[in-house]
Design a protein around this ligand. Sequence first.
Ligand code: HEM
Length: 534
Amino acid sequence: MKDTKQTSGAGGEPHQATRGAGRPTLTTNQGLAVADNQNSLKIGGRGPSLLEDFVLREKITHFDHERIPERVVHARGAGAHGYFECTKAMGHVTKAGFLSEVGRKTETFTRFSTVAGSKGSTDLARDVRGFATKFYTDEGIFDLVGNNIPVFFIQDAIKFPDLIHSVKPEPDRNFPQAASAHDTFWDFASLNTETTHMLMWAMSDRAIPRSLRMMEGFGVHTFRLISAEGESVLCKFHWKPKLGLASLLWDEAVKISGADSDLTTKDLWQAIERGEYPEWELGLQLFTEEQADGFDFDVLDPTKLVPEELVPVETVGRMVLNRNPDNVFAETEQVAFCPSHVVPGIGFTNDPLLQGRLFSYLDTQISRLGGPNFHELPINRPRCPFANDQRDGIGRHEVNKGRVAYDPSSLQADKPLENPRLGYESFPEPLSGEKRRRRAEAFADHYTQARLFWVSQTEPEQDHIVAAFTFELGMVDTPEIRTRMVANLRNVDEGLAKRVASGLGIALPAASKPARPAGEVEPSPALSILENAE
Ligand code: HEM
């Protein structure tokens, strides 16, 4: 009788059999050794290929499904493995273990990205850069999903689809690169004056970094740290590059984009291969609710930053990126960051943009990564044990053992149980108020920090901002949009608006309304067009 336990390949040789020079044998996905990977199965030398050829069919079928949807934003990215090392123990403000002890190291994976372009677009676009880091802590995964600019375009998540639809190619034409979407983006921006502060940064040298190794990173929103005693402080996260900040000139960016549009992706990879490991300091701005109440802006408004003169940045650690991905698809492409991945000791505030983000990432990843089990992929798996009653679904790898998948249960002694001592606790922030669609009064000031940014720039930097506004608005075909944008810039700085108007060859329009009266409900942009026309 044949040995039914046999695990060997053809002729009884084991699977691991090598073929010359120690190279592994090519097999199908079922582990069957492939005899000929050059020719499909045919009748005779010139006959038709046979449907029976399961080796051909498996290979082609797999190839046919190689692509997954690219990210709806931040599609083009470059990633690297590394580690975070705590350099200042922060146990007095947060119970997060990875920040609790000097010298403690935590594995990380970071992905840098542009925002608007598709996966194959140029690295040299004038754009915000994403800066997302996954900390594989022993208390679970903490994702710091930030950008290289400390503020954002909009104040409320409900506007994010509009912002992104305005910046992506227009639906009725296919011009996916630079010249597309100028009218739509600037139409949106000029009608939503809350974008002004971010626009100043986006038109500055910050939006064309020389290298991913020479960019700052920011968590943008105000977060919360929570101590073991249950006390809370507010917190902004900052990454500061050891190499310092450096940007390209626009003319350089345009030329390089034509000649070598993968510049910054390649630069990161090559530096790590050479052993020149890029490094960032992690800094925290910590402040109390009482301090925040005294600021003349709202810390829940993501279009505002907390000036370092008000709250200095405290360095608490360093991150070193020291290993390139082995496989860009498996790691950089399949990595799934999410702002709601936090660990005990880190919490959220009611920033209305952050609150929407807490929902969006897991939701989009279910379509991008095909079902609810992508947390099991090697790049996304927590490095600490994880166990719960979630079951099944497309792509399930875990072979859950045992009889029950519900809670509570008395039928299985080793079933995972909630843990009030170690478990994540949200900060018990007392809240009250009417349920309404409105924003806090301070959200209505759209220009003060934009002006602060403008005056903080050196003369050459200001020249670059003027040139960028002039170039970008010069690509806009609709005259009213250019005029409306310059009208808004008059509220930032008269000189800036005059220079942009002159560069565009248009008359200086009257300034738009600088701010809404305190407490007025944010009107729809449609109303503001009517008001400004009056
Ligand atoms: C990626 C949504 C605001 C930083 C993404 C993705 C979505 C998204 C759907 C794709 C995720 C994926 O497919 O894995 C939103 C929404 C926002 C918002 C709804 C506002 C309501 C922001 C802000 C920042 C930011 C303010 C910076 C602080 C990033 C980064 C990525 C990303 C860095 C790329 C992560 C990676 O490299 O995989 N965002 N986003 N986003 N977002 Fe946001």
